[in-house]
Design a protein around this ligand. Structure first.
Ligand code: ADP
Ligand code: MG
Length: 464
């Protein structure tokens, strides 16, 4: 039975579709230039799925035509990779504010102005994005600690707080957690959460309608300003200029500003005056989580969905999806939907069947432990025998720890088993090595790149 023939429950089916659509967006964002992506693809959304027919809605006639003529095949292919073939995609014109099937858990795009919400310019916060649900690991420890500190005393510790990192690593989650915390503890606080995209939209609308004074009044009347994905402002000169003035006005009043971006300030092509202001505060990055952190995240997500997963299944997912937590969530939702439809327990072989296809491009080769040792020894120019031996010189300890870390990441060997092939070391030594290397990866980009390259070599994939 093919995936799309399954009659998924309405909610689950929509959630699976929504999460697949997010993956499609991630993939397309890399293939399409940014302005086109933001204007014509990001504004589209899935409306529903019936059998193998996926309906995608867009509010613009041009976007409909552009999507149909240029990207229909790619979208179909990407959706097939997620949901299983065959899929047919239909692009439909929809009203800007037409509700989708299920939105309560998803942050909604700004819905334009209406009489009642004329004064509310903040986008809603997602109720799941709180500190309690955020799993802390070496990859996000600094960003998390700073976010907590800002939430506890806004405007007093790090201002601005600038968080950056790749897609699906928890930037929006952390930022919104600050908003929730402040609102829970000081209910009257004026928290304004907007994405760079929404800020642009508000400003352009205000310009068009000659309401810039009103725009400024609303934007300056805040206690905490959370601006998500400010890289969206790159290349939009007038909006950037307005952002600069808004920023200064809020900052000069001693109010807290938190920003997120997919890049570090120095890599953002924005006005240097703005960048130097960002760098005045605290800049923290979030890197991809290591295996232990991915396991903890999977465990926590599974628990919140009332799913029971064996350690093997969790390890399988953690090894399959390494650099985007949104994808991990998508995988869990999909697994959950399948298992409940088939009334089958989630075993490793079910996970392989359902997800192996889903993340088809990710090869999880069965990695040979010896190969890990050899490749690491070669890269660091040491002997495998020395890595297994008792030597404690720095030149040997580092490659030994790297090899232990990679063995843990890439093979299904247990900690004691890894310890045994390193001259009978204890499992706590292996665990310690894994932690040290994870911390080093989080702190040092060049080192992270080296480890990634090594992992690719060991997996037998392409090298750079
Ligand atoms: P980003 O803004 O960096 O693209 P998000 O904040 O939207 O990423 O995170 C993507 C998904 O992954 C969200 O559903 C979020 O709750 C989840 N997530 C990310 N990091 C963590 C974490 N450390 N612990 C728990 N969930 C996380
Ligand atoms: Mg985000």
């Amino acid at each position: 039975m093919s995936d799309s023939q399954l009659q998924l429950g309405e909610d689950e089916s929509y959630r699976a579709l929504q999460s697949s659509w997010e993956q499609v967006l991630d993939a397309l964002s890399e293939r399409v230039n940014k302005p086109s992506f933001e204007s014509w693809i990001r504004t589209a959304r899935p409306l529903g799925m019936d059998g193998g027919l996926v309906r995608i809605g867009t509010p613009s006639r041009f976007a409909k035509h552009w999507l149909e003529s240029k990207h229909l095949d790619a979208i179909t292919e990407l959706l097939e990779a997620q949901l299983g073939p065959p899929i047919r995609v239909k692009i439909e014109l929809v009203e800007e504010n037409e509700p989708v099937l299920l939105t309560e858990k998803l942050p909604r795009k700004p819905a334009g102005r209406t009489a009642e919400d004329d004064d509310v310019i903040s986008q809603p916060l997602n109720s799941r994005y709180v500190f309690d649900n955020f799993v802390v690991g070496p990859n996000n420890r600094l960003a998390h600690a700073c976010a907590v500190s800002v939430a506890e005393s806004p405007g007093k510790t790090y201002n601005p707080l600038f968080i950056y990192g790749g897609p699906g690593l928890g930037k929006t989650h952390l930022m919104q957690a600050i908003g929730h915390y402040v609102l829970d503890n000081h209910p009257g606080t004026r928290v304004l959460y907007v994405s760079g995209e929404t800020f642009t939209y508000h400003y352009i609308t205000a310009l068009r309608e000659h309401r810039t004074a009103d725009f400024r009044r609303k934007y300056r009347n805040v206690d905490i300003w959370l601006v998500d994905d400010i890289h969206f402002l790159v290349g939009k000169e007038r909006t950037e200029e307005e952002f600069f003035h808004t920023y200064n006005a809020i900052y000069d009043m001693g109010k807290q500003i938190v920003l997120t971006s997919d890049r570090a300030p120095k890599d953002l092509d924005l006005d240097t005056r703005l960048l130097s202001r960002f760098e005045c505060g605290l800049v923290a990055d979030i890197t991809p989580p290591d295996l232990e952190t991915r396991m903890a995240i999977i465990q926590s997500k599974a628990a919140s969905e009332n799913m029971t997963l064996s350690n093997e299944v969790m390890l399988y997912i953690a090894r399959l999806i390494t650099s985007n937590i949104r994808q991990i969530e998508g995988a869990l939702i999909k697994l959950h939907a399948y298992a409940s439809l088939m009334r089958a327990p989630v075993t490793e072989s079910l996970a392989q069947e359902v997800l192996g296809n889903y993340f088809g491009e990710v090869e999880i080769a069965v990695v040979d432990a010896q190969k890990v040792q050899q490749e690491v020894a070669k890269r660091f120019n040491v002997d495998v025998a020395a890595m297994k031996g008792a030597c404690r010189s720095k030149d040997i300890v580092l490659p030994r720890q790297v090899a232990m870390y990679l063995m843990r990441e890439l093979t299904n060997w247990s900690l004691p088993a890894i310890g045994r092939v390193f001259g009978g070391r204890d499992h706590t030594t292996v665990l310690h090595a894994c932690k040290c290397i994870a911390a080093k990866i989080a702190a040092d980009q060049a080192f992270a790149a080296l480890i990634e390259d090594l992992a690719r070599r060991i997996r037998g994939g392409k090298t750079c």
